[in-house]
Design a protein around this ligand. Sequence first.
Ligand code: ZN
Length: 445
Amino acid sequence: MRRILLLSISCFILTQTIAATAPLQAPAPPPQITAIRAGRLIDPDTGTATPNQVIIVDGARIRNIGGANLAIPAGAQVIDLSAYSVLPGLVDAHNHLALTYKTDPENNIYYLTYVLDSTAIRAIQAVSNGMQMLSSGFTVVRDLGNNGNYADTALRVAIEQGWVPGPTIINSGIIIGGMGGQFTPTPEMAKDHSIVYPEYLDADTHDEIVKAVRQNILFGAKVIKVCVDCKPYPYTLDDLKLFVSEAANAGMKVAGHVQTYEGARRAIEAGFWSIEHSGPLNDELHKKMAAKGIWRAGTETPFTPYRGSQQAFNRTVEGMKNAFANKVPMVFSTDADYYIPGMTRGEVAINFLLSWKAAAIPAKDILKIMTTNGFKVCEIDKQRGPIKEGFFADMIAVQGNPLDDIDTLRKVQFVMKNGMVFKKDGVMVPEKFFNGGPVNGWRIR
Ligand SMILES: [Zn+2]
């Protein structure tokens, strides 16, 4: 009786103690040690593969890497990928996860998608699209606008705080352009800034350019996206230089959507970080980009039953060949912002391999473009991407050797992000990513 009473008292005290201290304690479980046995560890940067490696992951980061004899800490969870090639995650350097236009109902006219879909539904689409990209091995996505009222920032923050799984997002906020952006709003729409706004931030004067850059940074952009020449009143060289200096003032780079020769020439001259799309890029501009080290995010759409034409594809492939021959720094980029029935967003994106193969670029170069170059254009390459000690534990696994056969990337069997398993044996198992609150802290913005 007395023991029961004592027990009750101690239980009471314990309960009170927990009740008093729980709100102050960080919900940090002991870091999980994971040991990954890799049949082959691929380094896309050097184009080499090392057999039978062990990767020790401590919490979110890679602790050490060694041969098969590397000591595995007691209690570590062992993941056997000895039948696979383990490699860094992939990067799509140009997508729009909070935009999904469709045949039904809008006949793929994305002008209408903006009218039909709220920012709220688009933020939810973005979470789903992010998971689909991650399942296809894309651990990083550069998300360049067309996301309503900052659904891209919401996606990035939700992933970084730890609410949902998804790729590392480098987002641009709202695309900045001359009045109207890429659209042709009616006078009624433009005057009241209704319907197709806030899809674009109008910035026509230097004051407006400064304000627009600052607004995007304030609302969570990590890169600035500019519509250089979407209208018959393209930005001047002076305008474009102002974008670069104003972004640099906040430590950021500028990505330029270009669709004319003159627009591309000015963006290159102004020192833009990356050129988005490849339509106007010719041998002369490629040579200038190579000399200045400007990234080419060409968004090279393959000719498929659901997209493109043979003629456009031939032009795209010729451009890729010319860029590669000129040693332009290239990244893998898709602009895959549409729904193809029967395909995930990740499957649509990885199918862009068709273009890279058609350009006869060797598999090991394609792989480097999809990884090393992607980490660099996103400016994360010092802490995330490469499989290196101290780096965040992001990696994928495929059967076969992607250095020889790039199509092995079409069937990603394993995905790890931040040391947590998202996909295993070809099946998504993302339980650890779902949390009822910001487990990494709400201050991440
Ligand atoms: Zn785009």
